[in-house]
Design a protein around this ligand. Structure first.
Ligand SMILES: Cc1cc2nc3c(=O)[nH]c(=O)nc-3n(C[C@H](O)[C@H](O)[C@H](O)COP(=O)(O)OP(=O)(O)OC[C@H]3O[C@@H](n4cnc5c(N)ncnc54)[C@H](O)[C@@H]3O)c2cc1C
Length: 537
């Protein structure tokens, strides 16, 4: 359908250094490192990550990890809550698998040194939107990801069979005879490098950077999704981008997430006139699932002609606020806001990519020898809408499954390896240089305006036209900078997202079409698989 080159950069096996590993893991967030830690010590694992090892969505997670950890709660409750949020598209067997595995994964993290918050000697559990019970474990108040990743990174760095290369950008997956054979990476000091692996695990995270307003860090540019698509792996459900309802909206601030746990602890949402508008929107008020809250805020901003709404914590016990939300308090303080006295200006931002590379119940993609885990995937857990705090959990569960499966498969393969005669040759583009930052900004702004929380045919068609136009000249070029490759990946992913949003003529979960406002199970209770690319080299 979409014309892309098979590889982003030219390479040849005789001009490029080689590296061999039993298992290659792309990405050092929760999914990638959890996968690496599952591999037995007699197999070598190389983990590559494009920035420092601390730069991942995982590291910025605030609210926590969902798991049935209290006697008042049951697996069935967590399963039902996940299915309800997923709006008819979750795969029940996957939901059951992940929910039942949650306590084991949380206990592993504790064994590895994660300090979750405790109350009266027991794990402190909070509640978030869509959860019927208190079941979210958290750490350092509102910096769960930071604490979890500290422990997981430490553990990986101590494992003698795991090597972590930071500042290593994966440009493409290598394929030979219909199977994944490793990856082509770029390192600042060494230029291109071919990494050959018996098995490859993709854990490269999400794509929030395709939107101007996002909670994601700069690394989330969809590189892994785009590379897997070019390599022939199936990608699906790309219309489902979850917007977080409450992102700090102060001129000059980075778009900092104000965790859902704030509403879980009793904060109210108010419009510019002080009205608690969620009461009229949903019986669960502020604790309704994210898509409902995000759309209600979108409507409220439109109705009041105001660029944001407000989160109000001023009626909560200030001591409790200090203890639970020290990070949020610090960030707001730096903009002169005392969250125990002032309301916090917020608006929705792109947060979590539900669609991605299709995997089965063991983490296999449709491309042999390629496994995948975490936000880069579509596992069937989230359906059409992710329940809060289920994604770190998904990364942990599928990370473990991939690590185990890939290790078993690698152990069955011989140690001798012949470099396949792979190469990609194309002339360096002679076109005028391109202002990469300008196209990137235009794309991110277009996605907010035309492919945002509320969609309809005309604006989606306009988005499609603009992105196709940019693709015509940006995808034809050969870049030698990371920014250029990231732009190419963002454009490819945006094309798939817009294509899928146009196809799905209904509203379901996080995908809302104002021209098709109802859910239509008879036509659309199914995954939407992206057509494979047309490749010219
Ligand atoms: C602000 C924020 C708060 C959140 N809060 C929660 C929460 O409380 N609970 C919850 O369950 N979920 C939360 N989420 C979602 C959750 O953090 C992510 O879905 C999850 O961490 C994804 O893990 P991952 O390992 O799949 O990807 P990531 O953690 O994003 O890791 C991806 C890795 O891949 C690397 N990478 C990317 N591209 C390349 C490339 N080309 N070459 C090499 N390496 C590459 C990145 O550098 C990174 O190391 C939150 C997300 C954000 C942004």
């Amino acid at each position: 359908m979409y014309s892309t080159r098979r590889y982003l950069v030219p390479f040849g096996p005789k001009q490029t250094p080689h590296f061999f590993s039993d298992i290659l893991v792309i990405g050092a967030g929760i999914a990638g490192l959890r996968a690496a830690l599952e591999v037995p010590p007699d197999l070598h694992v190389l983990v590559v990550t494009k920035d420092s090892v601390q730069q991942s969505n995982s590291n910025y997670a605030q609210g926590g990890i969902a798991g049935v950890m209290s006697p008042e709660d049951r697996f069935e409750n967590h399963i039902e809550d996940t299915l309800r949020a997923g709006a008819g598209l979750c795969e029940r067997s996957i939901v059951e698998l992940v929910v039942r595995e949650a306590p084991n994964q949380i206990n592993d993290l504790i064994r590895w040194g994660t300090h979750f918050d405790v109350e009266d000697g027991r794990l402190a559990l909070t509640r978030e939107g869509g959860h019927s019970h208190r079941r979210i474990v958290h750490a350092l108040g509102d910096a769960t990801g930071h604490e979890v990743m500290r422990a997981v990174i430490d553990r990986a760095q101590q494992a003698p069979n795991i090597t972590v290369w930071d500042q290593t950008f994966t440009a493409d997956l290598l394929t030979h005879e219909g199977a994944c054979a490793g990856a082509l990476v770029h390192r600042p000091q060494r230029d291109k490098l071919l990494i050959w692996a018996k098995q490859t695990i993709l854990a490269s995270g999400g794509v929030g950077m395709v939107y101007r307003e996002t909670t994601n860090p700069a690394v989330a540019t969809g590189d892994g999704m785009a590379a897997a698509y070019r390599a022939g792996a199936q990608v699906r459900d790309m219309e489902f981008m979850q917007f977080h309802p409450t992102v700090l909206y102060v001129a000059g601030s980075a778009r900092y997430l104000i965790s859902e746990a704030v509403r879980g602890e009793g904060a109210y949402l108010r419009d510019r006139n002080g009205i608690r508008f969620m009461l009229a929107e949903d019986a669960r008020a502020e604790l309704a699932p994210r898509d409902i809250v995000a759309r209600a805020i979108f409507r409220c901003m439109d109705h009041t002609q105001h660029p944001n709404v407000y989160l109000d914590l001023t009626h909560l016990d200030p001591q409790r606020v200090h203890q639970r939300f020290p990070g949020i308090e610090r960030v707001c303080q730096s903009f002169g806001l005392d969250i125990t006295k002032n309301m916090i200006p917020v608006r929705p931002g792109a947060h979590y990519m539900i669609g991605g590379v299709t995997i089965d119940a063991e983490g296999r993609t449709t491309l042999p020898r390629l496994w995948a885990a975490g936000e880069v995937t579509s596992s069937g857990l989230h359906g059409a809408n992710r329940l809060a705090s289920n994604s770190l959990l998904e990364g942990l569960v599928f990370g473990s499954l991939c690590g185990r499966g890939a290790a078993e498969a690698a152990a069955r393969m011989p140690d001798t390896f012949r470099v396949p005669p792979l190469q990609a040759r194309f002339a360096a583009s002679s076109l005028e240089t391109l202002d990469v930052a300008d196209v990137t900004n235009a794309l991110r702004s277009l996605m907010v305006r035309k492919m945002g929380i509320v969609r309809e045919l005309r604006s989606l068609k306009e988005a499609e036209e603009s992105v196709e136009f940019w693709c015509r000249y940006a995808l034809a070029r050969t870049f030698d900078t990371q920014e250029g490759w990231e732009l190419q990946n963002l454009l490819s992913v945006a094309q798939l997202m817009i294509w899928a949003a146009l196809q799905r003529e209904e509203s379901r979960g996080v995908h809302y079409r104002s021209d098709f406002p109802n859910r239509d199970d008879s036509h659309w209770q199914r995954h939407l698989i992206c057509p494979p690319p047309e490749q010219d080299s």
